[in-house]
Ligand binder design. Structure first.
Ligand SMILES: Cc1cc2nc3c(=O)[nH]c(=O)nc-3n(C[C@H](O)[C@H](O)[C@H](O)COP(=O)(O)O)c2cc1C
Length: 432
């Protein structure tokens, strides 16, 4: 029987994804000048030929002053239009073309880290404040070490004025326009993992009393304005999706999260990717501070939440990301109705052509998988909280990145594998 993973999926904007397997967003740490580089495009050429249904880029920052790492690609100045910024468009077009070389639609993930921007990530200077809906500093924990690391890595953010809010909305819209002009098939707003959009949505980080805070609806206003303003300036066939958190809701705010999802659905979002966690609690990497027994029992991290969204919004195209390692696990999630699209991160960094294995009917289920061990961590991190170190070693966007500044070793396990792909080398799974 053909796998349901091979089915095409049509988004409301009309974009057709040839199958259900999406390469998830992974920051590559390769944009040394904060522009797309040749090595970045070389890596994406590997994925472009991998049989994916869609390719999500790693995070692209909407403001070069506020970044997730010093090596993210970013928008440096106001974007005027394709004519006035012809060189810039040509540079980004190389990136879009590399991703789409073999016909797979590529979706650019656009992002602002807000309070999670490290001191050294962004051109604003080490002591300049980050921006956030409210001046709520990062809290890694109450221990001395966690507090010390928190102060070392981040400033207390500045509460955004209404002019700041307007400017950042404009930066998102400008970046989306640039991506459309460069030839990407769509954008994904990064509204998960504790980044700025998530900070606005979340009552713990948004204490505002103006029109952007106070109720779930008002907290969603920031992202809804980005969405509606972007729609007006990109072609109707250009897809706009969002990555959203599931795991950060407590039982008290579960319904509030659902209210915000309903607003996004009504506003015509093309797809919603469900993930979870933040720097303070990296659940997206499978390192939640308090992992649930239900999560441990199955392959996907956020399956129950996704099913709940599906029940309430049957027409919303859902992508579920986190933990998928096998055809059987991915098919079960689709057959159960938990999602339409399966997002795959770490396995894609080790095997850029992973979909070819999953979709090959001649390969039995038992072999259609890529189990991954936890990534190795250096000895000197032994005294730090395990949940931070494990997640940091595997992603770029965490504490590990900061700890390695002293060694000028801006690498993490999976970013290093992506960099090997860019050089045409074989990538490796973490050793057993
Ligand atoms: C090296 C690396 C970089 C990542 N960068 C991003 C990113 O830029 N944007 C994002 O939304 N998620 C990012 N993530 C999270 C992944 O998109 C995904 O949610 C997570 O890895 C869980 O999926 P997996 O279990 O298939 O790896 C990153 C993960 C890794 C391993």
């Amino acid at each position: 029987m053909p796998s349901p993973l091979a089915d095409p999926v049509k988004l409301p904007c009309g974009l057709v994804l040839p199958n259900r397997l999406s390469k998830a967003a992974m920051a590559e740490l390769m944009a040394k000048t904060n522009h797309p580089t040749n090595s970045l495009t070389d890596a994406y050429e590997q994925w472009s030929d991998g049989g994916w249904g869609s390719i999500l880029t790693g995070n692209i920052q909407v403001d070069v002053d506020h970044m997730g790492s010093p090596f993210d690609p970013a928008l440096h100045n106001e974007y005027k239009d394709a004519e006035k910024n012809a060189d810039l468009v040509a540079q980004w077009k190389k990136y879009a073309d590399a991703c789409q070389k073999h016909g797979t639609p590529a979706i650019a993930q656009i992002c602002h880290p807000g309070r999670q921007s490290f001191r050294v990530a962004g051109r604003r200077g080490m002591f300049a404040q980050t921006l956030a809906p409210s001046a709520v500093p990062i809290n890694l924990g109450d221990g001395y070490i966690e507090r010390f690391i928190g102060c070392l890595a981040w400033t207390t953010p500045k509460e955004m004025t209404s002019q700041d809010v307007e400017r950042v909305i404009g930066q998102f819209v400008d970046t989306a326009r640039l991506m459309a002009d460069a030839g990407f098939s769509g954008i994904e707003l990064h509204g998960a993992h504790g980044y700025l959009i998530d900070q606005f949505l979340n009552e713990k980080t948004n204490l505002r009393t103006d029109k952007y805070g106070g109720t779930p609806t008002k907290r969603a206003r920031f992202v809804l304005e980005i969405l509606t303003q972007t729609r007006k300036v990109v072609p109707p066939t250009f897809c706009i999706g969002i990555k959203l958190n599931s795991a950060d809701h407590s039982s008290a705010t579960f319904e509030e999260t659902m209210t915000q999802i309903a607003l996004l659905s009504e506003a015509g979002i093309d797809f919603m990717e469900i993930s979870g966690g933040s720097y303070e609690n990296p659940a997206m990497m499978g390192y939640a501070k308090t992992p649930s027994a239900r999560t441990a029992a199955r392959e996907a991290f956020f399956l129950e939440f996704s099913k709940e969204v599906r029940t309430r919004h049957p027409g919303l195209v859902l992508m579920l990301t986190g933990g998928f390692r096998s055809r059987a696990g991915a098919e079960a999630a689709v057959r159960d109705g938990a999602c339409d699209l399966v997002g795959i991160g770490r396995p894609a960094a080790v095997d850029p052509k992973f979909p070819r294995l999953l979709l090959d009917e001649s390969v039995e289920d038992e072999r259609a998988c890529l189990p991954l061990n936890k990534a190795p961590v250096p000895w000197y991190t032994r005294f730090l909280p395990a949940y931070l170190i494990g997640a940091g070693a595997e992603s770029v966007s965490s504490l590990m990145l900061w700890l390695r500044v002293g060694l000028t070793f801006w690498q993490t396990y999976y970013a290093a594998q992506i960099q090997r792909l860019a050089k045409g080398l074989i990538a490796f799974a973490p050793p057993l």
